[in-house]
Design a protein around this ligand. Structure first.
Ligand SMILES: [Zn+2]
Length: 563
């Protein structure tokens, strides 16, 4: 392609570009690229720029990895011309609670996410990040990835993971928080006891190290082992290094049902005591008997903001959650590893108490049919995949609890489940709240290869198109401008991802073109491995990754560090 001075030749553009250049010093990249031609001009777009302001008609010129111009009838005769008439052009989506991490080394295409329009994954959620690992933790994960996927891991902390992703890039950008649970596991292991002062000191040092490597926040997962063993004081100590960075403490809270208010209060207290922003992960009021709490939960969050705490939240657009099947069992029963856990299931001293708590948890959800098994690793229980526990027990003529025990034992506590525990009304309330962002709470999957296994939660394939199609267009919950802001500018700002989340001159060319009339999620709980429709083109850092609905194989993703 011939290169000419694009900016000097394109009337409307020049103004914006010159304004950018005239800032003190001027942006280095723009000066360097001034004399180059735009690579491509997207013609006739309906631009929804991520800020929430009303859509407008414009062409968008991309030069290298940046947006070079936004305006009507851009003159750029020698650039590639690309017709996006009839399509909405939005900034690439930022998935603020993602689980795409090592999976990107298994399949760099990030198929189920990029096809939704996700261009940036925020990993390291729920208290769990890619390191810092001890030698033993590293070896365990390395052996598993080697055996299962033929992928060699050569890093044991976020800094190393980021270096690897820089070498072996994927189709999406990745940023990551550091997990408080991972840090605890590194220093204390999986014992249920408070950290000593010396241990806490080492944990804080590991958090600082991760932030130094570019982590974009500290996450906790207080319903998981060993994250659940952290006290409020420990969480405050681990969040404190964020102070002054503007980066958030993000929490999968200690409880999302009967103790929801106490759990929200704890998350807010971490923000208050460490003096840092808070992101409440996948906010919900779980279990029929807790559905009344959603409005009060939102009110608590609003009051905290009025009190000076910079708190926001996110939510995936489904009424069922996805987790490990063993989450039905009490935390104390799972302490100390798989063998200890399985031992307690048949130990006379503990089995009755465990059964009681499991039955209570299931009653809270509604019934055994509120639990659907999604995945198993053991082939001996593969018949359970995709089935609801109540239905399956009836069919096999056994007690649902006995069935649960059998699957748990034979699969050694590794089976996955979805729980139908949330109300549709609350889901809409939470999604449409002005402080609410949208997440997938899922890692990238694919309809082929190693990432096509099992019956994952459909949110891995459908979250963002579901908000655009089902919730915005069909249900009319909010306009597309509001929807898009919830997964572009809002998360990018919260995580200080400079140059992302907006269609603006000088911003990175992460772009999604979708058809507002047809965009739709297709993944269901029964048949989740289905890509969405109506999102024909997705660009990451100026390169097409999805073009005319096909994956180009491009891997222009980068590691993003907050600025
Ligand atoms: Zn979570």
């Amino acid at each position: 392609m011939r290169r000419r001075d694009f900016i000097a030749e394109s009337g409307l553009v020049a103004g914006a570009a010159v304004a950018a250049l005239s800032r003190p010093g001027g942006p280095e990249w723009l000066r360097a690229k001034r004399s180059r031609l735009a690579n491509v001009v997207l013609r006739g777009a309906t631009v929804i720029d991520g800020t929430g302001r009303p859509r407008f008609a414009a062409d968008v010129a991309v030069d290298g990895d940046r947006i070079a111009a936004v305006g009507r009838d851009l003159a750029a005769p020698d650039a590639d011309q690309f017709d996006v008439r009839g399509l909405v052009l939005a900034p690439g989506f930022v998935d603020i609670h993602s689980h795409t991490d090592l999976g990107l080394l298994v399949n760099p295409n990030a198929e189920s996410k990029i096809r939704q329009g996700v261009t940036t994954e925020i990993a390291g959620q729920d208290g769990s990040s890619i390191g810092p690992w001890t030698d033993r933790q590293f070896e365990g994960t390395r052996d598993r990835y080697r055996a299962q996927y033929g992928v060699e891991l050569d890093f044991r902390d976020l800094g190393g993971f980021f270096r690897r992703l820089t070498r072996d890039a994927g189709s999406v950008n990745v940023a990551s928080m550091v997990g408080a649970g991972t840090v605890r596991a590194n220093v204390i292991g999986s014992d249920d006891r408070p950290a000593t002062e010396a241990e806490l000191g080492r944990m804080v040092a590991l958090v600082r190290e991760a932030l130094g490597a570019g982590a974009c926040g500290v996450s906790s997962g207080l319903e998981y082992i060993p994250g659940a063993f952290a006290s409020l004081d420990e969480l405050v100590a681990l969040a404190r290094p964020l102070h002054g960075t503007g980066l958030p403490y993000a929490s999968h809270m200690r409880n999302e049902d009967d103790q929801l208010f106490a759990a929200i209060e704890e998350a807010l207290n971490v923000g208050r005591m460490a003096n840092v922003p808070v992101q409440i992960s996948h906010l919900k009021a779980q279990g029929r008997r807790n559905w009344w709490k959603a409005e009060d939960a939102l009110a608590m969050i609003e009051h905290a903001r009025a009190d000076g705490i910079d708190v926001t939240f996110d939510r995936y657009p489904y009424v069922a959650y996805s987790t490990g099947l063993n989450s039905l069992f009490p935390v104390w029963a799972r302490e100390g590893g798989t063998d200890a856990f399985l031992g307690r299931l048949s130990d006379q001293a503990t089995m009755a108490a465990i059964e009681l708590e499991v039955r209570d948890k299931v009653a809270k959800l509604g019934s055994w049919d509120a639990v659907q098994i999604t995945s198993t690793t053991a082939d001996t229980v593969r018949w359970a995949r995709g089935r609801k526990l109540g239905e399956l027990a009836k069919e096999r003529g056994v007690e649902p609890y006995e069935l649960l025990l059998r699957v748990t034992r034979e699969d050694r506590g590794r089976a996955g489940m979805v729980g139908f525990g949330m109300s549709e009304e609350n889901t809409e309330l939470i999604l449409s709240h002005p402080l609410g962002m949208v997440c997938s709470d899922a890692g990238a999957r694919a309809t082929y290869g190693a990432l096509s296994s099992g019956t994952p939660h459909p949110r891995a394939y459908g979250s963002f198109p579901r908000v655009l199609g089902h919730y915005s267009r069909d249900r009319g919950l909010f306009g597309l401008e509001t929807a898009i802001r919830k997964f572009t500018a809002m998360p990018a700002d919260k995580l200080r991802l400079s140059g992302r989340g907006r269609i603006v001159v000088g911003g990175f060319a992460d772009l999604v073109a979708f058809d507002p009339d047809t965009v739709a999620d297709n993944a269901t709980f029964e048949n989740p491995h289905q890509y969405p429709t109506g999102i024909p083109h997705v660009m990451v850092n100026g390169e097409w990754v999805i073009l005319d609905g096909e994956h180009t194989g491009a891997t222009p993703g980068r590691v993003l560090r907050p600025e």
